[in-house]
Ligand binder design. Sequence first.
Ligand SMILES: [Zn+2]
Length: 303
Amino acid sequence: MSQDFIIGIDLGGTNTKIGLLDNRLKIKDKIIFSTQKFRGKECLINALLFYIQNLLNKHKIRKEKVRGVGIGLPGPIDSQKGIVHYFPNIAGWKEVSLARIIRQKIHLPVLIDNDVNLITLAEFKLGAGKKSRNMVCLTLGTGVGGGIIVEGKLYRGSSLSAGEIGHIPVAADGPKCGCGAKGCLESYIGNSRILKKAKALFGAIKLEELTQKARHGNREARKLWQEVGSYLGLCLSGIVNFFNPDCIVIGGGVAGAGSILFDAVEKVVIGRAMAPAKNIVKIVRAKLGQDAGIIGAALLFIE
Ligand SMILES: [Zn+2]
């Protein structure tokens, strides 16, 4: 019997998205619920099971028609053993055999991976990095995540935890980061840092409003975005020199600033990185938007 469907899940600290995809990765339907509404591990796992079943029932799909359930998760994951080591932003998870637990309850194959790895995979296969071979993908939000494609394959690293671009140091000292170190990229260009600086200038303001101000020529707003761009550009210059990627894909809420941010990044990379590496790298905006996570999760069942 042909297995025509895949369930792709993007579990985030704020929202969880569950997608029903066909085997060409078209999203047929999608459920979004607040992760924070379900406190505690069991409660959240039960919510996942409930909504998966809900989607299948709604479309009258029998389990034999489903290849499996792919799940992207916000923390370090042992993707081979299907274990969640912990979540930095969701309490109560430590060394949880999530893939096994879900599989035993729902009787479908289950694969899990880090969420940014799956977004990277999705952008590489179907999005902004389609023609790339060696790619880096960044997600700019509250946290700054990264994923790496080497010679057409996702690179996970020796302890399956590669890609923590947000925790590359860009200053010897500097603000303390959530990871415990000082001067990490994330503590300069993370959402909360940008908003804190913006608040000091303009009062409480949203990221989009800050971008609007900059686009309309407000000098303080432009300066703030250029500062974000120069820290990011500094870090990416190092990555270009070290890794020689052909493409750097940048997504997430902060990337919504668009050209005002990208121009600043490019200026620094062109100024600081070495030839010939800097001449071939393309720095582009992510294409798949909010759905990248569930598409990437479903991609675990395509190879
Ligand atoms: Zn850090």
